[in-house]
Design a binder for this molecule. Structure first.
Ligand code: ADP
Ligand code: ASP
Ligand code: MG
Length: 422
């Protein structure tokens, strides 16, 4: 019997009716003979609501940074509720099922509360349940550390639970059910012309996810690439039991000749400009070292000679690290004996992804030309071998995405599909 891991996201189990619909789908698959492990996210906006409750009780905007252990205790409750309810609904459909927390499924993580990484999945109880003919329902996004502390895998982490289970159990299929019918060339809620990509490589999907395409958790794609897990992304809102969705695989067919695979964006970016620093590598080395020591992760970096023995360094950081970055940069400028620090928040990073860009001149130029024509100012840019990222004002995010999607539409993969209503 084929072993299938299915994952259902928050919107897919957002109400009692949605849970019943998922239960019917699971029961049908069971009747067809699949062995099933079902990973489930917290219902609807539960995780946001619990986070908000913690903020209100503590008076802290980010309660998780002060109380990481308790935050994990709190948030894992969301997935546990959904797992128990889904299990009851599946049993009502006549299939045997049993729910497990991440800890019961022996998903062993490191100690990093709120952003733990999976080390190993023992999964003994999940295998036993399968052997007894049961559907194993696993609460997503959570695990247990070597110290027996409850941990979470970071926002969106249920995808990672599913892919890691598929790898550990050597599942025949891994299906991620969500609220859109696959991976699109851009977020279909922001770009109306976005199209479903039928096949995408692990590498490109990892780039899209890291650049902000929320549809897949980046860690999940990374694990899939390393363990050779093919993932199918599907809509849970369609009644079709054999929809095609998007296949994420090592070597997709027929992808040559496409310049771009898709666009993704990530809001909440900020830029620091340090002017008048003493010219030379020593200044940037000192600055980057101090930021690293201060726990600030830097994204884009560029330097320019200002003449007269002075240089400027521009760098971007996540918006919530801006204040720390500003303080560290100020100290470095003071230590170096010269330099001013300017900051700019409210930026969004737009990323164009595509392995077809490699060695193809002119993509950068077209992206700049397109944004210039749309009146969108670019505040910084960087590239990797399969992506180009551009920083734009946050309020122009959708305009920038749509203009770029239009400009490159002919060279992008994808079929036109409408997105089901939430
Ligand atoms: P789930 O709760 O099922 O995990 P998410 O909200 O995490 O769902 O991810 C699905 C959402 O991701 C979609 O509703 C869509 O708005 C967004 N999204 C962003 N980029 C893309 C993309 N390239 N393709 C599909 N969906 C995307
Ligand atoms: N419930 C968690 C979140 O909202 C995990 C997930 O949905 O994947 O981030
Ligand atoms: Mg998700």
């Amino acid at each position: 019997m084929p072993l299938v891991v299915q994952k259902f996201g928050g919107t897919s189990v957002g109400s009692p009716e949605r849970i019943q619909a998922v239960a019917r789908r699971v029961a049908r698959a069971r009747k067809r003979g699949d062995d099933l492990v079902v990973v489930v996210s917290a219902m609807g906006h539960t995780t946001d609501e619990l986070t908000e409750l913690a903020a209100r009780v503590t008076g802290l905007e980010r309660a998780g940074s002060e109380h990481p252990r308790e935050m994990d205790m709190l948030l894992t409750a969301g997935e546990r509720i959904a797992a128990a309810l889904l299990t009851m609904a599946i049993r009502q459909e006549g299939a045997e099922a049993c729910s497990f927390t991440g800890s019961q499924a022996a998903i062993i993580t490191d100690e990093q509360h709120t952003a733990a990484r999976i080390r190993e999945i023992r999964g003994g109880r999940v295998r036993e349940a399968l052997d007894e003919g049961m559907v194993a329902i696993v609460a997503g996004f959570q695990g247990v550390s070597g110290e027996r502390e409850i941990t979470t895998l970071g926002r969106g982490g249920s995808d990672t639970t599913a892919v890691a289970l598929a790898a550990a159990l050597q599942a025949d299929r891994c299906e991620i059910f969500t609220d859109v019918p696959g991976v699109f060339t851009a977020d279909p809620r922001r770009v109306p012309g976005a199209r479903v990509i039928r096949e995408i490589s692990h590498a490109e999907m990892l780039e899209m996810a890291s650049a902000g395409a929320q549809v897949m958790h980046a860690r999940a794609v990374d694990i899939a690439a390393r363990f050779g897990v093919d993932i199918r992304v599907l809509s849970s809102f369609s009644d079709d039991d054999t929809p095609s969705g998007t296949l994420i695989t090592a070597m997709p067919r027929a992808m040559e000749d496409l310049v771009l695979t898709g666009l993704a964006s990530s809001a909440g970016q900020a830029k620091l400009v340090l002017r008048g620093l003493p010219a030379g590598m020593a200044s940037s080395t000192e600055l980057l070292g101090a930021l690293a020591d201060g726990g600030v992760s830097v994204d884009m970096v560029s330097e320019a000679d200002e003449g007269g023995g002075r240089m400027q360094v521009q760098l971007t950081v996540a918006g919530d690290a801006l204040e720390r970055a500003r303080a560290v940069a100020g100290e470095v400028a003071a230590r170096l004996g010269s330099g001013t620090v300017e900051v700019q928040g409210g930026l969004t990073r737009i990323t164009l992804v595509g392995s077809g860009m490699t060695g193809r001149p002119g993509v950068y130029a077209r992206a700049y030309r397109t944004l210039h024509a749309a009146g969108v100012e670019v505040h910084g840019a960087s590239t990797s071998s399969i992506s180009i990222s551009l920083l734009v004002p946050a309020e122009r995010e959708d305009d920038a995405l749509r203009a770029l999607h239009d400009a490159f539409a002919l060279e992008m993969a994808g079929e036109h599909t409408t997105v089901a209503e939430r």
